[in-house]
Design a protein around this ligand. Structure first.
Ligand code: FEO
Length: 170
């Protein structure tokens, strides 16, 4: 059995990850409307990864004999009114998710819940990668996305991203 507070935070994280998937689907839809199918592909894959994250938290709760309670997923309400604005929404959201993971880690650490800390290690690393990816996208757009030829090539590059299942299995 997990500590009640740690379990509550992980259960809330299921919802946050599903919201992340919803937000990235919203961003993907924005780019599709803008005719940037490569950017849309990148964020659609991101949405799939967020759903994977949610399911990993579900599985962890279940593996530890805890009940999972699904709550309503909030409507994505970020303003997506330019290519750069949507990229910044992605980065700020990842920074927020990192803070949530750290909060759960902190709760587990404070009660010496080593099993949960070990489980969360993968997410700590993953968040580092996701923040870097979001920062790289912004840098690339700043460098190459300002003229139509560069934007076309960047869109093609992002269109080549393919989905792969998470390296963590439970
Ligand atoms: Fe599941 Fe992008 O954090």
């Amino acid at each position: 059995m997990l500590d009640a507070n740690v379990a509550k935070l992980i259960n809330e994280q299921v919802n946050k990850e599903l919201y992340s998937a919803y937000l990235y689907l919203d961003i993907a839809n924005y780019y599709t409307e803008e005719g940037l199918d490569g950017f849309a592909n990148w964020y659609n894959i991101q949405a799939q990864e967020e759903r994977d994250h949610a399911l990993l938290f579900v599985k962890y709760l279940q593996n530890n004999g805890m009940k999972v309670t699904l709550e309503a997923i909030a409507k994505p309400d970020k303003t997506l009114d330019s290519i750069m604005a949507a990229l910044n929404v992605g980065l700020e959201h990842e920074q927020y998710v990192t803070s949530l993971i750290h909060t759960i880690y902190d709760a587990a650490y404070s009660i010496k819940d080593f099993r949960t800390m070990q489980f969360l290690d993968w997410f700590v690393k993953e968040q580092g990668e996701e923040e870097k990816n979001a920062e790289d996208l912004i840098k690339k757009y700043e460098l190459f996305g300002q003229d139509s030829k560069g934007l076309y090539m960047l869109d093609n590059e992002l269109g080549a991203r393919t989905y792969s299942a998470p390296s963590l299995t439970l």
